[in-house]
Design a protein around this ligand. Sequence first.
Ligand code: HEM
Length: 400
Amino acid sequence: MELDSWQQSPLAEEFPYANVVRYVRSVGKHFLATPVVEALVRARAAGTGAAGDDTARDHLRRFLSVVLDKHDGTYDYTTYTALDLLRPRQAPPLQEFEDEVGTRIAFLLYDALAFESGAALGHRSQLPCMRPSPEVVEKRLRHGLRVAVEMDMLSGKPLTPKVSGLQERFDQLTEVIETAPSGMASRLDQTLMPVYVIHDEYLFIRVLQSFESIFECLARLASEAIRRLEARDAEEALRSLSAISRVLSGGLPLFSLLATMQRESFEFFRKFTEGASAIQSVNYKTFEALCGTPAPERVESPAFRSVPQVRGRVLESMTTVRGAADALIASRAHEPDVGARLAREMAQIEAVHQRWKRTHYRLAVRMIGSVSGTGYTEGTPYLRSVIDNRLFRRAEETTH
Ligand code: HEM
């Protein structure tokens, strides 16, 4: 009824976003009632001609693409994690981008932890099924706060002190969320649309979004490293490469947080996430392809076939960190130790990436054992096989 009344004189800015999100969370995206889907489809049609500025209309269009992905047949990892609504509309310059990503991850986690503590205290009624035990909640808060506080670039790390109990922690988290940068509150609200109503999916989505923000940052840093290498600015290139290791290793504890997910809960809601897998992550594969040229077998495998836009760029041949570093070294237009320092930074990134892949593999084994992946691979055997790949492969090399 609210959607239909909005359509009487549609104004993009006044779309009932919060109530649509509330409804989606009350049943899960997989179970939207047909009359609601029909009303949303009508609202989308009305939205194209809605009054308001282009940005507001564009935001409404992207929001409805996320809500209606299952109906539209476009459901995948990007719509599941609502990435188009999570990124800031205008990407800030690189210098500010790292801070933006850190702050974004901190708030994604503060929000997840407010949900965890709020649900345990009975202050949250959404996603009510299969609530975790108090011990698990305690563990989540510990792991989650460790990463969030480390990533937080804005709120002056107010969450480190010990608290007397769950209520105080909840109050603290609610307070810090209220101080979120402008636009963050609605971004947080609109980017959590689970497929079902099982408690742990909240954490799962927030962790995926946090990692995805990290991958986005890595891809930008790798592009910047290439640009600096091509400009023969080795010092700045080295700085970007070192930032890649720092950002990626800063995210590793997110796996400990996700490891607190209850296996049975995951098993239940992943029935409805079929077709959405991080194998479709454009940022992860862009980062990989910017580091070095992937082996032809990998380009032909589900790894790159799941991200056709990145695969297309690889096939057209992309400039890579490896290629740009080799060219700089061959030019001899650098200080004598630059070759060794570049090699060290690349080895460092490789080592952190290996840790990322091994930890991911172990977590996947624990959560799904030997069942197939939601991205249509055989599952953990696929993940085992990709561990041997190397990031900084030269185009002419015959190994992985
Ligand atoms: C319960 C936790 C997780 C399980 C069981 C899991 C499982 C899997 C599986 C089976 C695949 C192979 C593709 C497929 O068929 O789906 C995969 C790929 C992938 N996952 Fe996860 N995953 C988990 C968490 C995560 C998280 C938190 C991230 C971070 C965004 C992530 C990132 C990736 C990436 C980037 C790939 C592609 C790897 C490649 O193609 O080399 N996964 N995962």
